[in-house]
Design a protein around this ligand. Sequence first.
Ligand SMILES: Nc1nc2c(c(=O)[nH]1)N[C@H]1C(S)=C(S)[C@@H](COP(=O)(O)OP(=O)(O)OC[C@H]3O[C@@H](n4cnc5c(=O)[nH]c(N)nc54)[C@H](O)[C@@H]3O)O[C@H]1N2
Ligand SMILES: Nc1nc2c(c(=O)[nH]1)N[C@H]1C(S)=C(S)[C@@H](COP(=O)(O)OP(=O)(O)OC[C@H]3O[C@@H](n4cnc5c(=O)[nH]c(N)nc54)[C@H](O)[C@@H]3O)O[C@H]1N2
Ligand code: SF4
Ligand SMILES: [Mo]
Length: 723
Amino acid sequence: MSGETDTPTQHVRTVCPYCGVGCGMILRVERGRVVGVSGDKNHPANFGALCTKGSTVHETLHVPGRLAYAHRRRAGGAPGEFERVPVDFALDAVADGFKKIIAAHGPDAVALYVSGQLSTEAQYVANKLVKGFLGTNNIDSNSRLCMASAAAGYKTSLGADAPPGHYEDFEHADLFFALGANMADCHPILFQRLRRRMKSDARARLIVADPRRTATAAEATLFLPLRPGSDLALLNGLLHLLLKNGAVDPDFIARCTDGWDALAALLADYPPDRVAALCDLPEADLHRAAEMLAAAPNFLTLWTQGICQSTRGTWSTNAICNLHLATGRFGRPGSGPFSLTGQPNAMGGREVGYLASGLPGQRNVTDARDRAETEALWKLPAGAIRPTPGLAAVDLFKAMEAGAVRALWVIGSNPLATMPNRDRVRRALERAEFVVVQDAYQPTETGRYAHILLPGALWAEAAGTMVNSSRMVTLAPRAVAPPTDARPDWQLVCEVARRLGFGAAFAFQSAAEIFDEIARSHNPRTGYDLRGMSHARLARDGALTWPLAPAPDAVETKRRYVVANDLRFPTPNGRAQFLARPFLPDAEMPDDAFPFVLTTGRLAHQWHTRTKTGKVSALNKLNPAPFLEIHPADAAALGVETGDLVRVSSRRGDAELPARVSTDIRVGCCWAPFHWAERASINAVTSEATDPISLQPELKFCAVRLARVSAAISAPSQQPATV
Ligand SMILES: Nc1nc2c(c(=O)[nH]1)N[C@H]1C(S)=C(S)[C@@H](COP(=O)(O)OP(=O)(O)OC[C@H]3O[C@@H](n4cnc5c(=O)[nH]c(N)nc54)[C@H](O)[C@@H]3O)O[C@H]1N2
Ligand SMILES: Nc1nc2c(c(=O)[nH]1)N[C@H]1C(S)=C(S)[C@@H](COP(=O)(O)OP(=O)(O)OC[C@H]3O[C@@H](n4cnc5c(=O)[nH]c(N)nc54)[C@H](O)[C@@H]3O)O[C@H]1N2
Ligand code: SF4
Ligand SMILES: [Mo]
């Protein structure tokens, strides 16, 4: 199905490169160009449906603004002054730049920052180069801003990362509990699946906990507009009520878990009156939520950034696991904790170990056996892999600002626009001696600070796999050629590795060969297993869910940890762990100087820094402009009306956005999307306080003050309809 031919129309089966739902799609290719897309009716994630972003994604391929050539910063030039160079020249320069800095300052003076939007094969070779061959563990990814707390929470509660269930659970759940997840806008096709379940069974319920009345909240049976950052109090409070009402499962607790007594003791501190005060919710709603949970034979808890982007993200994930383990709603159809991955291949990246502490096959640099197994896989001498984690994103940019990290290679991310505390990231990029940015588009905020720009091919231009929230692996074959000099990300990494003298370990002739090596990182301790898959089999059979043992006993396992009729967790004693996690306030609470809470998020029809969706006119019509949502009571006190330009300031910086006055947001809070740059860049304001376990920054909470700057300049967009 791949490659170009003379036939007028080809249909290429692939996966959507936007969100972690991982919808299957069919590209219509004519004369070497993708001219249309449609949903893949046979794909187990979406059965043919696509949202607005997916159905217009072909419009992001053959457009002006693609990075089609390598560039270098002009000699003596300022940031943003580039000249075109041959790719091979640029690759030499990257190898040279890294070699010189490592020789002079040691391997910890260099770092890679990669992305959940790359193929698993590209993520794998980048990680292999850094941790196996450069001699540092300084590789981190934008997943640190995204799902690091869910990953850390799963590992501590259940023993291994990744959701235990499968999208099919959506057809069996009696209740969906969505915390800090605006699925209607951010996981629209999965939300359709949820909606279908609600329609097919009148008893099915949806509870939504979010400080903002989102499109998802609008469809809830019960909406809990909680105070931002109070999720741990809510989760402990609900389990307190379930315990009091005899709705826990003592048999499951005794059979499958450890640590119940300590948790039960903690729960005593969370009676409904206290929790109602902490969350600022009516006490009656807490009772109602607990009754709904108790009455549901099976429920799924769904969460994303409202939980993860918090200094308590890991603890809240533990508390979600506690809720499922205590009620025995685990390991059976329609029940379980189910974090929703944001990016299309953040799951793949987590599995191949692209966070600063990871190794392939859900392994960790801090574990001697994991290191030894990876050294064997990479044919390295014993002891070659360093035992301490590299720098996580926030610390990485701090180290660059301080001059300790001197060279950075960014692949598939735009950190100057998406990291918290933008001004520090800018200072870090300015201070760095050597910055390489490998992107598919130009200009980007981060690309401006590059010394070398490497042109990456997009997903339809290079073979590779992506793994969605349900552990489904889908092949994206090469459907069309990349623009002029652009090359697959995995190839650019291997080319640099070869130039650094590591050719033998990076002699891959195709992405399929890299996949075969990834499959050899099978991990019997966590259950990670791709051995039953290959590019050839994925091309033949479509998406497959791991764990998948090698043929002939290859049967997809949809529910992990279920052994015979029991559960066995990948912890030392095979039991899941109850972890008692008290509620604590966020890192930067409002005060007299900065009296409002700022929280941030996404719009349905834009994707992150808009390098793709910003080029699609239909999407820009739906979500044309940034805005700051504030409650009418706060707006009145500030003298602000819808459309007025408002300055939002924190201890770190400020941004100016048109106001949207709305009762959808709580009093005392404001909300802004982070899709826009320049003066509207909300990440000039956000906080880089991090969760102490996951090291994920608290992009959902900081203290700000608001001031009216001027009257309306242009009317901001209205909230658009979703799919
Ligand atoms: N259209 C679109 N879809 C996307 C993306 C995109 O850019 N555009 N990006 C993808 C990616 S990478 C990701 S990670 C996901 C993100 O998916 P989501 O996490 O669903 O999206 P967000 O809008 O970031 O945040 C979700 C909600 O968290 C709420 N929230 C804020 N603070 C709190 C709190 O303290 N507690 C609770 N309970 N809720 C809180 C916000 O009000 C917001 O409604 O979306 C993916 N899908
Ligand atoms: N305030 C605030 N900030 C946030 C968040 C929030 O909720 N609030 N959410 C955070 C989260 S969850 C995430 S995931 C991050 C996302 O943050 P980023 O990943 O930095 O955002 P993107 O705009 O997706 O950047 C991806 C870059 O890679 C390029 N690209 C796309 N595809 C390819 C490819 O195949 N190859 C190469 N080489 N390049 C490619 C794009 O052109 C773009 O420049 O933002 C985080 N920042
Ligand atoms: S829901 Fe996500 S994966 Fe599916 S079409 Fe939309 S953006 Fe693509
Ligand atoms: Mo994300």
